[in-house]
Write a protein that binds this ligand. Structure first.
Ligand code: KIV
Length: 265
């Protein structure tokens, strides 16, 4: 059964949504067979596939190449295409054209954009064009030059309040799902209960509606000297990639992952 946006929305509140990145045809097949709910063709491919230092240099055409490879596998998972840096920052018209390419040429089911308040108008325009949108708050890697590093967001009172306001404003603008990256557990719990849309976390603790991992991290092949705290290598102790993917899904659904050891407090 093909998973749709309403199907994912109905899972709100159960903490069972499994999401993973994939960037090519065989991985998308494996992810689908493991019954992952959502596959993200993430701009993290700039780093984990293409070897760049950050996500900023990947283009719409490069992303599209990978989105097509993923959708060629006809995964039952909902396919979300990540809008890369500058593809939705210039004006609404360019944003619509770029998002439309991911849907029309790439055959993605939805797109993801980073940022809060300042993305409201773009999100409204995408929704008006019948393109479902996943928001992305917390640590937003496309803002790396402003943030100054990859670290936990929303620790102080002011930033915490700002994140709560931004999350609500993304939902009000029409975003159908939210990805929340690297925030302390109590804040992600508060955002998850504030919103009616599903919140899917990475480095956001166990209280969100679901979890996402970058597949290279999940399989222990991300070339990082020291993986971040929220990463778990599911291939360790598994007899195959297929077993590792299924273990991840089961760990999310049975609420065994993320544990305290993978959570920021
Ligand atoms: O691009 C990506 O892979 C992401 C991660 C946070 C999952 O957005």
């Amino acid at each position: 059964m093909k998973k749709t946006v309403p199907y994912i929305n109905n899972l709100k509140g159960n903490r069972v949504i499994s999401m993973m990145t994939a960037y090519d045809y065989p991985t998308a097949k494996a992810v689908s067979e493991a019954e992952i709910d959502i596959v993200l063709v993430g701009d993290s491919l700039a780093q984990v596939v293409l070897g760049h230092d950050d996500t900023l240099s990947v283009t719409v055409d490069e992303m599209l190449h990978h989105v097509k490879a993923v959708t060629n596998a006809n995964p039952s998972s909902l396919v979300v295409a990540d809008m890369p840096y500058l593809s939705y920052h210039i004006n609404i018209s360019d944003s619509l054209k770029n998002a439309g390419r991911f849907i029309q040429e790439g055959k993605a089911d939805a797109v993801k954009v980073e940022g809060g308040e300042k993305r409201k108008e773009v999100i409204k325009a995408l929704i008006d064009a019948e393109i479902p949108v996943m928001g992305h708050l917390g640590l937003t890697p496309q803002s790396i030059n402003r943030i100054g590093g990859y670290f936990v967001q929303g620790r102080d009172k002011k930033k915490r309040q700002k994140l709560l306001v931004e999350a609500q404003s993304l939902e009000n603008a029409g975003a159908e799902m939210l990805l929340l990256e690297c925030v302390p557990n109590d804040l992600s719990k508060e955002i998850t209960s504030l919103l009616k849309i599903p919140v899917i976390g990475i480095g956001a603790g166990p209280e969100t509606d679901g979890q996402i991992m970058v597949i290279h991290d999940l399989l222990g092949i991300s070339c990082l000297e020291k993986p971040p705290k929220f990463v778990k290598d599911f291939l360790k102790g598994s007899s195959s990639v297929e077993v590792a993917l299924k273990k991840y899904v089961k760990s999310v659904k049975t609420k065994k992952f993320p544990s305290r050891a993978h959570t920021f407090y």
